[in-house]
Design a protein around this ligand. Sequence first.
Ligand code: SF4
Length: 389
Amino acid sequence: MAAGVYIHIPFCRSRCSYCDFATDIYRDSKVVARYVDALCRELRATGFGGRSHTPESNSPRVGPDDPALINTIYFGGGTPSLLSPTQVEQVLDAVRERFELSSDSEITMEMNPATVTPETLAAFRDLGVNRASFGVQTFNDRDLKLLARGHDANDARETFRMLREAGFANISFDLIAGLPGQTMTDWKVNLDEAIRMSPEHISLYLLEIHKDTPLAEQVRSGRRRPIDDELAAEMYEVMLEKLAEAGYKQYEISNFARPGSESRHNTKYWYLDPVFGFGVSAHSFDGQRRYANQRDTSKYVSMIEASETAEVEREDVDLASEYAFLGLRLEAGIDLAEYEHRFGYGLHERFGDALDELMHCGLTEISAGRLRLTRRGKLFSNEVFAVFV
Ligand code: SF4
């Protein structure tokens, strides 16, 4: 089984009003260069993967069956497209020193509008980056201001054009629904424009208002009113219909793709395949345990420079539970026979009455030996998943 590698780049040009990720403002290129050096050092010293450990490695981790082989790399953030091509090359070289990269690997980079040029995009392509996860969010300038995204809709259109010109044939849009003040008409206009641009993949997020963010403060003070749950549910329904009509297949609760363009990297998380994460706040899963790195960037860099591990948490995973609720996120659902084969007992033996209750409420259904969310179950997915945690 091939694993995946996740690389976290925490830097952004500015901070969006809804963001609660571990991010840092890109102020000083020397800080970024130092971070990239630390990241490469962490990669070369890691206990994950099958190649010999360097003397610096002090993290005795166990890898998957064929630990050296990976077939996906994902640069996430933050805004990884703020890195220079030379820095991306540095990181990819460090990955290749530690892991065997399959020749047909999917290499994704998260990119935000107005953070790239035709030259940097061409250089990223030459380095092997073959998928762009593009942070469009909305084509409505009023909403982009509300989100403090630091770009307008024309920047998104122009960056998309540059991506195509640079040869990116696999582009995913991130869209956010449920913004304060957003109407159904706004949402339909957004979807129609996204569909007209015809990316290969679309990810939808319903806006969550996290406490201690500027947006939460605007809502608390009454300056913004969140939309109600009913409208958010209708937006999700409209999205299902419009994307299906346009030929996108829903393969996960928030993800839609043209056939063959599903995200190979993200699919690993839903099937509990190993993914090794590097960088500040990165998480790893080796098939048994989950590991988390330090969340503060300057502490992360200091720890790595002192030849310490950046790992600050490690926990055993309840695989039978996670396999169930992650499997339900997928359109394919859970293969009940496969579940029993994998864990030695049936899903019903483990979750019994709760499972019956979900079926009874019309939130899940069984067909062809698979348990799936119904359309209604997708709208109440958090309630369903809570049963398995
Ligand atoms: S671009 Fe993404 S990571 Fe950066 S501040 Fe905005 S939401 Fe947060």
